[in-house]
Ligand binder design. Structure first.
Ligand SMILES: Nc1ncnc2c1ncn2[C@@H]1O[C@H](COP(=O)(O)OP(=O)(O)O)[C@@H](O)[C@H]1O
Ligand SMILES: [Mg+2]
Length: 401
């Protein structure tokens, strides 16, 4: 105990106004120890957010409201109050949160810690200065702040963050909800992926009352929407949608360009096939865009949103394509549209997609890099033998933006 006391007192040294040795009583030491374990006392969060005052609210997603706060040491935080519908026990929640707090990368939001107070569960994140990408990209008066260089850096940063989650973190983490509002931008416009690991904290999402939990319309891969097949390639699909949104400044979920295309992906693909892909570019990028790079990013975006998950590149390949001039890039096939079955590339091109079929086969090799040993999977997939994907996954719930 004395050893612990000494080392904690050492830790306290750098803090301003830190109490003298004598003043540190047992209770205070415990408080410090709690911080070390990333467990925040509820009162600290109440004080930091002025009792979760409405003026501190940053937004609200499927998991509950998020509040901005300030700790007494000056650090700014974002506190997410998880909605009550999570039936996960306190112990499991703490275990998962501890695990997620260890996930650290320049392009992933830092989870500082967590808190349990009676029925309430809260997550404490670092506050990210420029908040989420959707608040800029889809606002006509703000999107000019995102010139081409920034957008390119955002694309490359998200790709690196996602690669880390998929391949470099201790376990493979499938994000499941990559979208513009889950990309936060710091004061230097470095993108940070938010809300990773949510499926881990909400393993019982089939009973979740708020249906946003399983993903967001416009970003979900068709095999996931229709059959609940969740793999890293579902994240690759969402990433591709985000790339095309960043280049065009258009939301895929509310696409309305008065064209014959039913969504952003189809529009981009049709223009690409005619050799006119640059026409999707946001007009505000005209003066800053490096057209060769823009064209390359459009092609990468289209490769990521292909209907066949097997044809989509891994994030490793995406990072490679973005980091240097790729000698050769594949030709993208048709984008996957929710409600359509993808067309295998070796099929004759005359065959059209079928709507609402359940013909997704379980013998596809994308399983090798998908659900085994994953941190973030649906309840169904996590119950499977490593490396073996079930025939049918759980049908996820749809959500509205
Ligand atoms: N760490 C953070 N720093 C700054 N803003 C944040 C942070 N986390 C969340 N936000 C803001 O709060 C909003 C609500 O977040 P969330 O509950 O995750 O819902 P969603 O991601 O579906 O919009 C986000 O859109 C974002 O603008
Ligand atoms: Mg979010």
């Amino acid at each position: 105990m004395n050893k612990l006391k000494n080392s904690l007192q050492q830790l306290m040294k750098p803090f301003k106004n830190s109490p003298s040795k004598e003043e540190l009583d047992e209770e205070e030491l415990e408080k410090i120890a709690q911080q070390e374990q990333k467990l925040f006392p509820y009162e600290t969060l109440v004080a930091a957010t002025r009792d979760f005052h409405l003026t501190h609210k940053l937004g609200e997603g499927g998991f509950g409201p998020v509040y901005k706060g300030k700790l007494i040491d000056g650090r700014e935080i974002a506190v997410k109050k998880l909605s009550h519908s999570s039936t996960q026990g306190e112990k499991e929640f703490k275990n998962e949160a501890k695990l997620l707090a260890r996930v650290q990368h320049r392009n992933v939001v830092n989870l500082l810690g967590y808190c349990v107070h009676m029925e309430e569960k809260l997550l404490v994140y670092e506050y990210v200065f420029n908040e989420s990408l959707d608040k800029l990209l889809f606002k006509t008066n703000r999107r000019e702040e995102l010139d081409w260089k920034r957008r390119y850096e955002i694309i490359a940063g998200i790709a690196r963050g996602l690669l880390y989650l998929h391949e470099d973190s201790h376990n493979c983490i499938i994000h499941r909800d990559i979208k513009a509002s889950n990309i936060l931008l710091d004061d230097k416009w470095v993108p940070k992926i938010a809300d990773f690991g949510m499926a881990r904290l909400f393993p019982e999402d089939q009973t979740h009352v708020n249906t946003r939990v399983a993903g967001t319309n416009g970003y979900m891969a068709p095999e996931y929407v229709m059959h609940g097949h969740l793999s890293v390639k579902a994240d690759v699909f969402s990433f591709g949608v985000l790339v095309l949104e960043l280049i065009s400044g258009q939301r895929n979920s509310s696409f309305d360009m008065h064209t014959d295309a039913q969504n952003l992906l189809e529009w981009a693909y049709k223009l690409y096939k005619k050799g006119r892909s640059l026409e999707i570019m946001d007009p505000t990028l005209a003066s800053s865009a490096a057209t060769e790079l823009v064209a390359m990013c459009i092609q990468i975006g289209l490769l990521c949103v292909q209907g066949d998950p097997q044809l989509r590149p891994t994030m490793h390949r995406v990072v490679l394509m973005l980091s240097k001039k790729p000698g050769h890039m594949d030709e993208p096939t048709r984008p996957g549209l929710p409600g359509t079955r993808y067309r295998r590339s070796r099929r004759p091109s005359g065959l059209s997609s079928t709507v609402g079929t359940s013909g997704y086969r379980s013998d596809q090799s994308h399983t090798s890099e998908s659900t085994s040993n994953t941190l973030t999977t649906t309840a169904t997939t996590s119950a499977t033998t490593p490396g073996v994907e079930p025939d049918r996954g759980k049908r996820p719930m749809l959500s509205e933006e």
